[in-house]
Design a binder for this molecule. Structure first.
Ligand code: AMP
Ligand code: MG
Length: 316
């Protein structure tokens, strides 16, 4: 079976093709970027509409396939930004209708988790999902996802992007902050862990203040921001492993591209006899292959469900 997956929840428009065995045949994408403005909602939706046909063409050529071999079309129904979701949904619906395929809406967060599981061939991991909007620690019980810890306000990626905007780094900024951090030294920032939850908004205010006062260098702020936030996540995940007794940790989401973050989690896992897993770069951030695979897993239970901008993974 071949499934097309359409990703459209935020700045990336992606078309992936996966098989029913979890093999990724194509993963084409085009991401909206901006030099100064962060994500401008209507521009993001316009971007998706503009690039859709080209990205689809690229996916078909990567997989050496055409519509006749495709069994159904999956799309990201949420969570995400309203205009981007509607743009993606309409595109996926039109493709499905024009080619006589079933349309299947899936949860974007669940797709991040599922692609990591099939890629690493895991049984029952504890998940750390860290993207632009999301920072969640998740486990699965009796077939349902349970969020056992999360950010009380903004996601870690958003924090990095917002601070990056202040520094004039453009959007997205996570990888540029990682570069600057390599030349930085540590200064103390507010460390905000609340039970199993974390809070990033106060830290953002603090680094913005320090930057505007001009007393601390960009590099030191980036390094300290990373060390503090990554340590907060690592602490909560360690507690999650201790509570649940799980022996596998799976990191997914775009912030998972950060090498220092992976190193911290790896050390923590090793020290407590667990194994740290991540996904390759091309499957870490938003892309269509994970939507295709999740579509395969949910093929019987889902269908045309329009968009669900606030659909949490524990509601799946
Ligand atoms: P996603 O929403 O899963 O596509 O992830 C996008 C987020 O990942 C954005 O907030 C990026 O700034 C962030 N990101 C990408 N690469 C890195 C990196 N090397 N270090 C930290 N954050 C990153
Ligand atoms: Mg994502």
């Amino acid at each position: 079976m071949m499934i097309i997956g359409v990703e459209c929840t935020a700045h990336t428009f992606g078309v992936g093709i996966a098989t029913s065995e979890g093999k990724v045949l194509a993963n084409a994408r085009d991401s909206y970027t901006s030099l100064t403005g962060g994500m401008i909602l209507n521009e993001v939706a316009e971007h998706h509409v503009r690039v859709a046909e080209e990205v689809l063409k690229k996916a078909f050529s990567e997989a050496k396939l055409s519509w006749d071999k495709v069994d159904f079309v999956a799309y990201s129904a949420g969570p995400g930004m309203d205009p981007a979701l509607w743009a993606g949904y309409k595109i996926a619906k039109r493709w499905a209708f024009d080619n006589g395929k079933k349309l299947i809406g899936v949860n974007h967060c669940a797709a991040h988790l599922s692609i990591g599981v099939v890629w690493n061939m895991l049984n029952d991991p504890c998940y750390l999902y860290v993207s632009g909007v999301n920072t969640q620690i998740i486990v699965k019980e009796k077939g349902k996802y349970i969020v056992i810890g999360e950010t009380q306000n903004i996601g870690l990626g958003n924090l990095l992007d917002k601070f990056g905007r202040v520094l004039g780094l453009g959007f997205p900024a996570g990888h540029k902050i990682e570069e600057l951090a390599k030349k930085g030294r540590y200064i103390v920032l507010p460390y905000s862990v609340k039970g199993m939850d974390v809070s990033f908004s106060g830290i953002l205010t603090k680094v913005e203040q320090l930057y505007s006062q001009g007393k601390v260098s960009k590099e030191d702020l980036c390094f300290s921001l990373q060390e503090t936030c990554f340590a907060m996540c690592t602490e909560v995940v360690e507690r999650a492993l201790a509570h649940t007794g799980k022996k596998e940790l799976l990191l997914v989401g775009g912030v998972g591209a950060n090498k220092r973050f992976c190193q911290m989690l790896e050390i923590m896992c090793r020290e407590r006899g667990a194994v740290f897993y991540k996904v390759p770069m091309e499957l870490a951030g938003d892309q269509g292959a994970m939507i295709a695979w999740e579509g395969f897993l949910r093929g019987d239970e889902s269908g045309d469900i329009q968009v669900k901008p606030h659909w949490r993974v524990d509601e799946v």
